[in-house]
Write a protein that binds this ligand. Structure first.
Ligand code: NAD
Length: 400
């Protein structure tokens, strides 16, 4: 069956989805990017040529995918008309603008996919798109199924590695899409990653991988002496025991929230939420040399090769930590704060999450948490369920 597939965004991920989609038989690939003159630049850079994505596999082999999107535009009406599925492949702060832009043009039975959606994706979508969203299926994934980067804007991208597995969820609403959403997604993105329906959108929020960056930032920089460094420290492979403990602590608190939800709402399945070490083993498999503890798994994961702390270079060629990156500005309001919000609804104590948010919000100049309660003045800028008026677990789960 012919599919019209729209990728939203002009970044790394969207380059990949637009190309993979264009290469699929009987598929029309389109791109919507609202950002600056990106659509124009992309169209011009591509010209009459195919786009290329080079996929590197962990066994050392690689493969080239070529395809040409039929349309790259900043006009939501043109992009959305007749689309069967819309991949939102963007940093979370941009989601609201896209929901607002596409809402007037989306037809019933469209599948809207957060790839990745980050925590709070569906409730953000429903809030901005209102009744339109009820006639759509809304899918959300824990992470991007591949690590990728643009090699040449509008022309070439590279997949450095596929994750073998990606957990997701679908809220069907009153929709009847052309194909079952998970089958459609699997069929479009191909067999390199397995897309799995966890049946529960809240579980996916608690699994969102935005929970990794803040504890590692806090652990590395909260006790830093303020002196510039000679080089940027390795982000994962350089963790110390305390950072590993913080990461593990946050993962365990998400598992505790999941268990409390199961207790309070018998029949709700939250077993998708697993401890951090288990998640890491499942996602990276043989890339980890020593998976005996979270500390060792971080330090010996080849999938993390070359990933360093975000830093600012000084005039003298030294390095200072950069607290303005998405590791905090995105992963706190659209990550940990959402998990904390769910924890308040389930009545779960989350001392590690609280400790990490408290330090991170200071770096961001924001106030989400006061003590251990989410009642700071900047809560409205987050995707915590409370921001959208979900004040009980019943209310939150009612959107399923
Ligand atoms: P990206 O950084 O390449 O996205 C940049 C795009 O976002 C821009 O091209 C533009 O279209 C849009 N954008 C940027 N600033 C904007 C602004 N001020 N207003 C409106 N739009 C703006 O992102 P990506 O690498 O494609 O990643 C997408 C999501 O996937 C992110 O949430 C990221 O954390 C996550 N992720 C990415 C990778 C990866 O390997 N690239 C891996 C795991 C998760």
């Amino acid at each position: 069956e012919k599919l019209v597939v729209l990728s939203c965004g002009g970044g790394n991920g969207s380059h990949v989805t637009a190309t993979i989609t264009a290469a699929r038989p009987n598929t029309e690939s389109r791109v919507l990017t609202l950002f600056a003159d990106e659509a124009e630049r992309w169209t011009k850079a591509m010209g009459n040529d195919n786009m290329e994505v080079n996929i590197a596999y962990s066994d050392g082999t690689s493969r080239e995918v070529k395809g040409k999107p039929a349309l790259i535009t900043k006009d939501p009406a043109k992009a959305v008309k007749g689309a069967d599925i819309i991949f939102i492949v963007l940093p979370a702060f941009a989601h609201t603008d896209y929901f607002k832009a596409i809402a007037p043009h989306v037809s019933p039975n469209t599948v809207i996919v957060g790839l990745p959606g980050q925590a709070g994706f569906n409730i953000n979508c429903i809030y901005e798109m209102g009744d339109t969203s009820k006639k759509c299926a809304i899918a959300n994934f824990e992470t991007l199924p591949f690590n990728c980067r643009i090699v040449e804007f509008g022309r070439k991208a590279q997949i450095i590695g596929f994750k073998g597995y990606c957990a997701g969820s679908v809220i069907m609403g009153q929709s009847k899409p052309k194909m079952a959403p998970m089958d459609m997604i699997q069929s479009i993105l191909g067999p390199d990653c397995r897309y799995d329906d966890m049946g529960n959108f809240v579980a996916i929020y608690l699994l969102a991988k935005s929970i990794c960056h803040p504890p590692l930032m806090y652990g590395r920089w909260s006790k830093w002496d303020g002196q510039p460094l000679d080089e940027a420290p390795l982000f994962y492979q350089g963790v110390d025991q305390w950072q590993a403990d913080l990461l593990e602590g946050i993962g365990d608190e998400c598992v505790a929230i999941a268990k409390d939800i199961e207790k309070k709402r018998p029949g709700t399945k939250m077993d998708a939420v697993i401890p951090m070490l288990d998640w890491m083993k499942r996602s990276y498999c043989e890339l980890i040399a020593d998976s005996s503890t979270l500390y060792h798994a971080n330090r010996t994961n080849k999938g993390y090769d070359g990933l360093r702390h975000p830093m600012i270079r000084t005039k003298e060629g030294k390095f200072l930590p950069d607290f303005s990156t998405r590791y905090l500005s995105e992963d706190i309001p659209y990550g940990l704060v959402v998990m904390k919000g769910i924890g308040e609804l389930s009545g779960t104590k989350t001392p590690v999450i609280d400790e990490v948010i408290t330090w991170c919000q200071k770096k961001l100049g924001k106030e989400y948490l006061i003590g251990s309660e989410l009642k700071g003045k900047d809560l409205v800028e987050t995707r915590a369920p409370q921001k959208y008026g979900y004040m009980t677990l019943e209310q939150l789960f009612s959107i399923m």
